[in-house]
Write a protein that binds this ligand. Structure first.
Ligand code: GAL
Ligand code: MN
Length: 337
């Protein structure tokens, strides 16, 4: 016993060091993400009494000063939508008066259909644009497998057949073409507004008419507190998606929308970028998302959605996320991609 003790004592620092390393490997990213959440966002440059330059007339009802902890408008005068800034009733009443209706496009190609579509639609029925007419446009390579979905009054579903591409990157990029085509052939005659969403998500709270606008982009849950230097813009000079400027925000391509004309312009432009890249043998860092970020840098959105509208639980705790409206579903890339 006496002879053993000194040896234990000299091992102690090593054990401590190795435990610390293991601890940091597991908790480091969580701690860093938590600390990152303490970096303040930019501030809305408007003062009480000043009005938004962009946005719908209903957006004049927003209280930009009810949330001091986050950025509630952009430096080009578009609102950034956070819980507490708006009265859902005001938006719903006005949109019902206008007869607004919404097309929701979603891609369920290959294994994504069985894995995600039914939960996505079921939760959308509860939370997406309650009280407004909605048509789901489900883009799939297997129309026969979409199955029966119970839909509320004024809500319909249409299937759009698309071809199956081998790489998920190509599916993601080609959706820009498919959406533009569907707007041309069907949507523009029926719906003033379009939202385009990824299928691997589940609605968890109201995603209502306050989100409607001429051109709508979403703040990516992982980047809204992160310094611009860490945004994953494409910087490859050979790609059409290369970002030359500093950028405004890092937008997430899992949610975008607007009037059918704006969404058509965006999807056309992104598709042209993808085709140009293919011709030059390059692929943007985050495929269509890189092109979308470039597009919104050049054509500023008229409304920006906070990450409440597409929250990722694995970001960890954030005091400024008071509600979650749409959540990233569990990813099963090993089996899905
Ligand atoms: C990831 C996300 C990707 C892409 C990427 C951009 O968190 O899963 O879809 O948006 O961020 O850096
Ligand atoms: Mn996704």
């Amino acid at each position: 016993m006496m002879r053993f003790l000194p040896r234990v004592r000299c091992l102690f620092p090593y054990v401590l060091f190795i435990s610390a390393v293991i601890f940091l490997i597991y908790t480091g990213p969580v701690i860093i993400r938590y600390l990152e959440g303490l970096i303040p966002m930019d501030k809305c440059p408007l003062h009480p009494g000043q009005t938004l330059r962009k946005g719908d007339p209903i957006d004049a009802s927003l209280n930009l000063w009810s949330r001091r902890d986050v950025q509630t408008c952009t430096n080009w005068g578009a609102p950034v939508m956070w819980e507490g800034m708006f009265d859902p009733e005001v938006y719903d009443l006005e949109h019902r008066k206008r007869g607004s209706s919404v097309a929701l496009t979603v891609f369920a190609v290959g294994k994504y259909l069985d894995a995600y579509l039914s939960e996505f639609l079921r939760s959308a029925e509860r939370h997406f644009m309650p009280g407004l007419p909605v048509t789901y446009y489900v883009f799939t390579d297997m129309p026969e497998r979409v199955g029966e979905v119970e839909l509320g009054v004024g809500r319909t579903l249409e299937v759009v057949q698309v071809q199956r591409l081998q790489r998920w990157q190509d599916v993601s990029m080609m959706r820009m073409r498919a959406i533009a085509d569907a707007i041309d052939s069907r949507i523009r005659h029926r719906h003033p507004y379009v939202f385009c969403l990824d299928v691997d998500q589940v609605f968890a709270g109201r995603f209502g008419s306050e989100a409607l606008g001429e051109s709508v982009a979403l703040l990516h849950a992982f980047y809204y507190h992160r310094p611009r230097a860490f945004y994953t813009y494409d910087r490859n000079p050979a790609s059409a998606a290369r970002m030359e400027g500093r950028g405004d925000f890092y937008y997430h391509a899992a949610v975008f929308g607007g009037s059918w004309q704006s969404v058509w312009n965006l999807t056309e432009a992104c598709y042209r970028g993808v085709v140009e890249d293919k011709r030059n043998g390059v692929e943007a860092l985050w495929q269509d998302e890189s092109h979308l970020n470039k597009y919104f840098w050049l054509h500023k959105p008229s409304k920006v959605l906070s990450p409440e509208y597409c929250w990722a639980r694995h970001v960890g705790y954030r005091g400024d996320i008071r509600v979650t409206r749409l959540l990233w579903a569990e990813k099963h890339y090993d089996t899905l991609r």
